[in-house]
Ligand binder design. Structure first.
Ligand code: PLP
Length: 457
């Protein structure tokens, strides 16, 4: 059979692999620490930890050794046939990092699966406790919760959801707390309350007896560019969920495992969620792994009613759990959460300095090493750049040409707005932060020249 046709101008050989777009990249050869090398020996800085995944950095020997030891014992044992020690031990270690009461861990293989599990446990708990009329899950716009149809139904990112709208039961959305965009004379804390109260208004509009849950990223990920709500938002959301008996789900797929300078994003505020979804940095890309963490008070009624009607073949397998366990041990041994907080503060200062030099950076935000810069046409009004400039995609390409990997998306729901995320592994050093910032400065100079954007000299 003949090889398939490649993109015009591609320098890559024809391939039978189904790449998502026409864009082709070099073939990776090896990776270590915060760097990756391609087969021509070119070194790239992993300034986005892949897709905010490789929290502990590449090539960690302790994790590789733990995985090798487990592989030599058993790589797979199906969860309905055997229990396994890495899964048991990892669950115990995870619960130590969870808010009080969140004491049951359900393993999956990725973030979408973790979110689906939260939605389905919430629903089964409602059915088991005589609340079968509750099925709507309110979420925010913009947001990202995964690409399976259930997780997509609560995702607020038009470019990703629109093609599938007729196929799914799209769920109600409230605006994400983009208080930094508002020009209304209110304080940030007042705005936080205003955004949280939009949840109450939506619950009433939908009919409280039909609303099952509210899902949010405690600190936004790629869809908003590390959006942090005003502090007043979090307790008000908790209060509203309690008032109407609604399950509060924190999607910590990106924020979990130390990325924001605390083990959980939730750890930055006193109020706690009812369910937590974890993945990405949880096994740091060493194995596909995710988890739902739930309280016994929700799990027990479901088990009493016959069991959780949900699960995935690869879930809780010994190899993935051995990797996850070794990742947590390395996070602790190397004090990576503290380093994420310290290096994140330094990197944020540096990004703010870049914003003074490049006034088309309208906002720098995030916590720990989940940081983003938003590119705008007018920093006063925060009007976005013309969407046809594709600034978010260009900045990634210009950085890539200069040996730095960063991550970007549209800011305002997938149709306009531009931001890029800088999220290196949590082992990044002060010198490496300097190296990243130097390449970024050169990248932004090139972007300004290409798109005719202003620079302060
Ligand atoms: N939730 C959040 C907040 C995410 O950032 C992602 C992935 O980017 C997901 C869910 C989906 O995770 P996965 O791609 O592993 O299915």
């Amino acid at each position: 059979m003949s090889a398939n046709r490649e993109a015009p101008g591609s320098n890559r050989p024809p391939s039978h692999l189904f790449y998502q777009t026409r864009l082709r990249r070099p073939v990776v050869d090896r990776a270590e620490g915060i760097y990756l090398w391609d087969r021509d020996g070119r070194r790239m800085i992993d300034g986005s930890s892949g897709a905010m995944v490789v929290n502990i950095g590449h090539g960690n020997r302790a994790v590789l050794d733990a995985m090798r030891r487990q592989m030599e014992r058993a790589t797979f044992a199906y969860r309905l046939h055997f229990e396994n020690e890495p899964a048991e031990t990892l669950a115990t270690r995870v619960v130590d990092y969870m808010p009080p009461g969140l004491d049951k861990v359900f393993f999956v293989s990725g973030g979408s699966e973790a979110v689906e599990s939260c939605l389905k446990l919430a629903r089964q708990w409602a059915v088991a406790t005589g609340q079968a009329g509750r099925y709507k899950v309110i979420s925010r716009f913009p947001s990202y919760h995964g690409s399976t149809l259930g997780a997509l139904a609560v995702t607020g990112y038009a470019a990703l959801t629109a093609p599938f709208a007729p196929m799914m039961h799209e769920m109600p959305k409230i605006p994400a707390p983009t208080a930094y965009l508002d020009r209304d004379g209110l304080s940030m804390e007042e705005r936080g309350i205003r955004y949280a109260d939009m949840l109450e208004a939506e619950i009433r509009r939908q009919g409280a007896e039909t609303v099952l849950a509210f899902i949010m990223e405690p600190i936004g990920g790629a869809s908003t560019g590390a959006l942090v709500a005003p502090d007043s938002y979090y307790p008000r959301i908790r209060e509203i969920c309690d008032r109407y008996g609604i399950v509060l789900i924190y999607d910590e797929v990106m924020t979990g495992a130390g990325r924001t300078g605390r083990f959980l994003g939730a750890d930055h505020w006193a109020p706690k969620p009812d369910l937590i979804a974890l993945s990405k940095g949880f096994a740091s890309g060493y194995c596909p792994l995710g988890a739902m963490v739930a309280p016994s008070r929700m799990v027990q009624p479901v088990l009493d009613a016959g069991g959780f009607q949900h699960g995935f073949t690869y879930a809780g397998n010994p190899l993935a759990c051995a990797a996850g366990l070794a990742v947590i041990e390395e996070i602790e041994r190397q004090s990576m959460v503290d380093n994420a907080a310290a290096m994140g503060a330094l990197l944020k200062d540096e990004l703010q300095a870049l914003a003074r030099r490049f006034p088309f950076i309208g906002d720098v935000r995030g916590k720990g090493l989940l940081l983003a810069a938003e590119l705008v046409g007018d920093p006063e009004t925060m009007a976005p750049l013309p969407s046809g400039l594709n600034a978010h995609a260009r900045v990634v390409e210009l950085a890539y040409e200069r040996g730095l990997i960063i991550y970007s998306r549209r800011t305002r729901g997938g149709t306009e707005g531009d931001h890029f995320l800088v999220c290196p592994p949590m082992i990044v050093t002060r010198e490496q932060v300097g190296e990243i910032v130097a390449v970024l400065a050169d990248t932004l100079e090139a972007l300004a020249a290409e798109l005719r954007l202003p620079v302060n000299r």
